[in-house]
Each structure stands twice: as structure tokens, then as C-alpha cells.
Write a protein that binds this ligand. Structure first.
Ligand code: GUN
Length: 294
């Protein structure tokens, strides 16, 4: 039995993509601006290929220009770097996304930091991370941005809320914590070495699970009425079938939480929708036109 209301990320993302498409149409009409996103994929990782295809399709559906650069798995670091530098110089490319993971011979950190910060629609460049941390205009990583939009839609003002972020990655945990600090939450970042993690989670009005461990967070770790955002996407086998589950034991947590995101259909669809938002933001800033409100 589920007591929590389910946060429908799929529907939310559809609405957001429709708003982005309307903004793009206006930018086109009023300013002759067509935002352009180029995604680079090195190698043949099957999950990355699925993501990249979805990104391209949704970019086009929103009325933007989409390009893909596909390179073989044995491409050298210098070749990837040269491609990024060429995209930095191309004025019709407003957003650059280098799909991760990159092959071992390519230094991911160096490549991400070679992307022009104004075109860094993933928000992974050290300049964007620093801008976010210091409250300056930044391009914000897409997954935490999607989580924040869903939280604000559900809860309104987040000021004063106890937020616990489980996971300290550069892609989700750290930027999520920064966004919640900016919203005046009291933020705890927990991780694999946290003492008594269940007790820390039980403090949360807002619980963000981003650890990458299938169903690690149990129902009795959740404070009654809490809002639970599950960032995990883990492939498991159940009854001989492959299934996707989150980092939260959904059945257990849904009995206790006030609201919870499902997996699939929660955070996942919001990530690409926020990539479209970031591409519009980047294009407007580069063209010197006002950035539309999300
Ligand atoms: N691989 C998995 N998720 C992401 C993402 O959000 N951005 C990039 N660049 N690569 C990824």
C-alpha cells in the first residue's frame, strides 16, 4: 500500500519540453536565433548510445539544431580535445556535451575543462561548478536541476527544510547540495563513510538518493511525510527479468514518505528536459538576448 503521492517526472518533463519548444519558437521569430546542441560520443557503450539518441531526438523536437559527433573507441585524447576546441570556435554551436564515460586513454577531466564554459550545457566545467558554489550565474548540471524543479513544484518555498543528499559525486551530489543551499535549506551531504546513515536520512524533510546502489535506502530510513527524490538507475534481475530500480526501496519508502519519485519515470526524463533548458540558456547568453524563465 502506498501512502505517498507519486511525483510524475515523465509528465513534468513533457510539460517542460513543451515550454522549451515555445521559447525556442519565440527566439527564432523575435531574434532569428536557433539554439544548437552538439553531442560527442566516443566509443560504442550501449547505454550511452541510447542516451545520445534520445538527446538528439528531443533537441530536434524542441525546434533546436542537433548535431552528433561519433568517434571510434580508440580515438586519442588529442583528437577528442581538437574536436572540442573546434566546437568552441563554431558560433552556431551554443551547447557542447561530451557523453561520459570516455574511453580510458582520454582524460575526462581535461576534456570537460576544455569546453568553453558558456557552452558547457552539462555544467561540469570547473568554472561552472565554482560559479554555482559562489551564487553566480552558472550552467547547472541537468540531473540536480531537474530534481530541484520537481521539489519546488511540489513544495514551493524550500527555505528552512532539512535536506539530506546521499552521494557526493561531482555530477549529482555536490551540485545538488549547492542548489539546496541556495534555496536556504539546511543541507547534509552523506556518503558511503557516513556513520549511522539511516539516522541521518531520518532527519530529512527532503531526501535525495544518488548513491548508485540498488534499493539501498529502506522505508524505515525515511521520515514520515518526507519528499524522496530517487536519482538512482540500477539494472537488476528479478524473477529472471531485467528491471530498473532506484537507490530507494520504493515499496517500503512509499508507505512512509509524503511524496516520492518512481524509477523509471521520475528523475530520468527530467535530465534531458533540463539539457534542453540549459541549451536555450546558453544560446541566449551567447546571443545577448534575455534568458526565458523556466
Ligand atoms: N553519462 C551519463 N549521464 C551523463 C550526463 O548527464 N552527461 C554526460 N555528459 N554524460 C553522461
Amino acid at each position: 500500500m502506498s501512502g505517498a503521492s507519486i511525483i510524475d517526472g515523465k509528465a513534468f518533463a513533457e510539460g517542460l519540453r513543451a515550454r522549451v519548444a515555445r521559447q525556442v519558437a519565440v527566439l527564432n521569430q523575435k531574434h532569428g536565433l536557433t539554439p544548437g546542441l552538439t553531442v560527442m560520443l566516443v566509443g560504442e557503450d550501449p547505454a550511452s548510445q541510447v542516451y545520445v539518441r534520445s538527446k538528439g531526438k528531443q533537441t530536434v523536437e524542441a525546434g533546436m539544431k542537433s548535431d552528433e559527433i561519433r568517434l571510434p573507441a580508440d580515438t586519442s585524447h588529442d583528437t577528442v580535445l581538437a574536436k572540442v576546441k573546434a566546437l568552441n570556435r563554431n558560433p552556431s554551436v551554443h551547447g557542447i556535451l561530451v557523453q561520459l564515460p570516455l574511453p580510458r586513454q582520454v582524460d575526462s577531466t581535461a576534456i570537460l575543462n576544455a569546453i568553453e564554459p558558456a557552452k558547457d550545457v552539462d555544467g561540469f566545467h570547473v568554472i561552472n561548478a565554482g560559479r554555482l558554489a559562489t551564487g553566480q550565474d552558472a550552467l547547472v548540471p541537468c540531473t540536480p536541476l531537474g530534481c530541484l524543479l520537481m521539489l519546488k513544484d511540489r513544495l514551493g518555498d524550500l527555505a528552512g527544510a532539512e535536506a539530506v543528499v546521499v552521494g557526493r559525486s561531482n555530477i549529482v551530489g555536490k551540485p545538488m547540495a549547492q542548489l539546496l543551499i541556495k534555496e536556504s535549506c539546511t543541507v547534509t551531504v552523506a556518503h558511503s563513510r557516513t556513520r549511522d546513515l539511516p539516522a541521518v536520512c531520518r532527519r530529512a524533510d527532503i531526501l535525495i538518493a544518488a548513491v548508485g546502489k540498488a534499493e539501498m535506502i529502506k522505508g524505515d530510513w525515511v521520515r514520515p511525510g518526507a519528499t524522496v527524490i530517487d536519482v538512482g538507475i540500477n539494472r537488476v534481475e528479478r524473477d529472471g527479468k531485467a528491471r530498473l530500480v532506484g537507490d530507494v526501496d520504493f515499496a517500503g519508502a512509499a508507505k512512509v514518505a509524503g511524496a516520492i519519485t518512481p524509477v523509471p519515470g521520475g528523475v530520468g526524463p527530467m535530465t534531458i528536459a533540463c539539457l534542453l533548458v540549459n541549451t536555450v540558456t546558453a544560446a541566449c547568453r551567447q546571443a545577448g538576448v534575455p534568458v526565458p524563465e523556466v
